[in-house]
Design a protein around this ligand. Sequence first.
Ligand SMILES: [Zn+2]
Length: 173
Amino acid sequence: MLQKMVTFSSSDSMFNMKIGFSKDIHVTKAGVPLILCGVNIPSEFGLESHSDGDCATHAIVEAIFGALNIGDLGSHYPPSDPKYENVSSLIFLDDTRRILDEMKYEIGNIDLFISCEKPKLKKFIPEMKSLVASHLKISEEKISIKAGTNEGVDAVGRGEAIEAYCVCLIEKI
Ligand SMILES: [Zn+2]
């Protein structure tokens, strides 16, 4: 029996939405600030990086890049470029907003998960949402931020690293 063949291409009007995913991990280091989603979180350790080590912001930016299919974070902002030394990763969100506008996409929603043994992040989440929303120029309702431990196992569980995972949906405007 012949089955009706349906073919799709990226130009099909019904496919105006794209999904993106990313994850990032940074190693903890004593005596440096711990910054996640732009928020400076009281802690005896922070994250190693050329920039501010904000793995949560990096995962958000790269998930959006994934949805746009424009490569990874490092190809846009090379760690070897002195321009990005010790900068706030929030500038990457500002740049991502510019790219979204240029490519005519809007963010549907963002779902971020931060895997962090300590410190506890829950009370900082409202401020994280507010900062990410203001830099991406979207409403806070579009951003979900969750945090959990790694139950004491692996590098994250031993407090040797903090990891972030992000998915996002974007829509052509
Ligand atoms: Zn990173």
